[in-house]
Ligand binder design. Structure first.
Ligand code: ADP
Length: 590
């Protein structure tokens, strides 16, 4: 697919602040125009003195005009940059908000498959890069570009030969810049690849520091880290070395406009076709374009960085959203049905679920068991619509979940995973996330039902303790009970528990089972359990193997008829007996 032009993308971001940006450009042009007036004043004053009989009133008048214009120039410039900065930061804020909303609406897989480092880099650094074109380049480039053009027109007015002589350095510098830019696109692509690799290694190093230390791998991991950083340095230095001669030559030649204007001006003066005041004026003006021209070339360098940043932001801004509907759905019941469901995580990828048919009646307790990788978690995620099924349909109360608005579905389904993420606010507010309109009493009641009282009240500020402060002191099981309290408060009619009891100690286990019982009473419950003993009483147990339903039945029925289930049960009982006298062993196969 053809990539969109980066400037048109930037301008599309800018539509919301169009008036401010246009005004900013107008003031930038005003600033450039006012900047020319002092030159005109100098010209008039020189003319007065060269005439031999200067009119002092006129001289003072032109001094004043020059001074006022100089002040107007900076005033206009100030207004222009203020307007462009206000617009730029408003636009950055909106881009970040839009990106966050987009991520919320994208399938969870799209978000999870990106590394945290990459997402942070786009949301923070890349978006920040867009500030440069919006706040500086659009107004400043226009003025920096316009000033030389205005000077050129003015010089043409004085003497076209002087105007042309001012441009003598431009083709020479262009040749140098062209040599510098040879293979630039390829070099820059390599540079970005190299830079992304280093970022990845750095994030991996920081994120994995616990594992690195635990396995005493600090020297080998540090080596990979140091190698990546060193090779990035070598690459950038090599690139710089191959271009700096051309760059410096171009930068030295381009502003040396006197190379053309001085000899040509002298010649014309000697031949009598240029007055002395015109000669002085042309020399002064030609030197006045140096600054803006140099600023302009600096932006040329920045453009590629911006182009990459803009495309990264645009890509994330355009990730596919899960299709949503606006009309709230009327659900007859909370029966869940999977009809001929097939699913692959990637297009044309491995089929993870193969024609699954399941019925979970309202208020029933269904358990998914089976060997690791069989597709248990995938089914749970599909019911919560973290992804869309590839084929078939999932219905709740007879309605295809694709026809239920995502926000309504989120209210209907509670998903308890082993990822017990606590936000950096008080424990009370963390629980209240389950139902933002709940009163304090309702929050405390949910916490009590989830067996949180005993450990939360022991914290310095009880339920008002910040989760960040308490984070290190809370065990995995305690964090899990806080998450369960959140779900109890949410009180959704469908509850999915994905390996919720996987990493808990026996003492916690009992409390967690009690809190789960409080959470799931009367709900349509789907559980993926590690320990078969916790799902013995399920209304139906589904044995999943290689993405297919291998067998369905109650615990008793499966023990009598299914060898795979018998083996899993025996392994579980064996593990339990073994754990009685030793450490609790975690059986990972169910
Ligand atoms: P279970 O819960 O039974 O252990 P899962 O549903 O987690 O099984 O996984 C089923 C299959 O899907 C496995 O082969 C696994 O590798 C694959 N899988 C799981 N999550 C993803 C993902 N986010 N992207 C790609 N493949 C995945």
């Amino acid at each position: 697919m053809k990539q969109k032009n980066w400037l048109s993308i930037v301008l599309s971001f800018a539509t919301q602040c169009r008036t401010k940006i246009i005004l900013s450009v107008v003031f930038a042009i005003g600033s450039v125009t006012a900047g020319l007036v002092p030159y005109l004043s100098v010209y008039q004053i020189i003319t007065q003195f060269i005439s031999g009989a200067p009119e002092m009133n006129d001289v003072w008048k032109w001094c004043l005009i020059g001074l006022v214009a100089y002040a107007v120039r900076f005033l206009c410039y100030g207004i222009s940059t203020t307007l462009s900065h206000v617009s730029a930061y408003t636009i950055l804020e909106n881009i970040r908000l839009k990106l966050a909303q987009r991520l919320m609406k994208a399938p969870l897989g799209t978000v999870l498959n990106e590394s945290v480092g990459k997402l942070k880099s786009v949301l923070v650094d890349r978006v920040e890069t867009i500030e440069l074109p919006l706040a500086h380049m659009i107004p400043e480039c226009i003025s920096n570009f316009m000033l030389p053009i205005a000077v050129f027109i003015y010089l043409v007015n004085i003497d076209w030969r002087m105007a042309l002589s001012m441009l003598i350095t431009v083709p020479i510098a262009c040749v140098a810049y062209a040599m510098m830019m040879k293979g630039f696109n390829k070099q820059y692509a390599d540079y970005m690849e190299s830079s992304n690799y280093v970022n990845g290694v750095i994030v991996e190093y920081v994120e994995g520091i616990e594992v690195i230390k635990a396995f005493n791998q600090s020297s080998s991991s540090y080596e990979k880290f140091a190698k990546a950083v060193a090779s990035f340095k070598d690459y950038t230095l090599k690139w710089y070395q191959s271009t700096w001669k051309y760059m410096n030559f171009g930068n030295a030649v381009l502003p040396s406009t006197l190379l053309g204007t001085l000899p040509v001006g002298m010649l014309l003066y000697v031949c009598g076709s240029l007055t002395p005041q015109d000669l002085v004026m042309c020399l002064i003006l030609s030197m006045g374009v140096v600054g803006p021209l140099m600023n302009f070339t600096t932006y040329l360098n920045e453009m590629k960085t911006i182009e990459y940043a803009v495309h990264d932001v645009d890509k994330l801004m355009n990730v596919t959203e899960l299709p949503d509907v606006a009309e709230p759905a009327v659900l007859e019941s909370h029966n869940i049905e999977l009809k001929d469901v097939c699913f692959a995580y990637e297009q044309d990828g491995k089929q993870v679920l193969d024609h699954i048919n399941l019925m979970l009646p309202q208020g029933s307790f269904t358990a998914l068991v089976g060997p690791s990788g069989g597709g248990k978690s995938t089914i749970a995620r599909l019911v919560a619509r973290f992804w869309d099924v590839t084929e078939g349909a999932i219905t709740i109360g007879g309605k295809n979940i694709k026809d239920i608005p995502l926000s309504q579905l989120a209210d209907v389904v509670s998903f308890v995973t082993q990822d017990n993420f606590l936000f950096n606010c008080s424990i009370k507010e963390n629980i209240r996330l389950g139902n933002p309109s709940a009163t304090d009493e309702e929050v405390y009641a949910a916490a009590t039902a989830a067996c949180c009282d005993e450990f939360v009240l022991a914290l310095e500020n009880g339920y008002d303790t910040m989760a960040g402060d308490a984070g290190n002191r809370l065990s995995g099981g305690e964090k899990q009970r806080i998450s369960i309290a959140r779900m109890i408060l949410k009180n959704a009619p469908v509850v999915i528990l994905d390996e919720a009891t996987a990493f808990t100690d026996p003492e916690n286990e009992e409390k967690i089972q009690r809190s789960i019982a409080a959470l799931t009473k009367g709900k349509t419950l789907l559980v993926i359990a590690h320990r078969l003993s916790t799902i013995k009483n399920a209304d139906q147990i589904i044995v999943l193997k290689d993405g297919q339903v291998h067998k369905t039945g109650t615990h008793g029925q499966l023990l009598d008829t299914d060898e795979l289930y018998q083996n899993m049960w025996e392994a579980h009982i064996g593990a339990k007996n073994w754990s009685a006298g030793s450490l609790e062993r975690r059986n990972d196969c169910v």
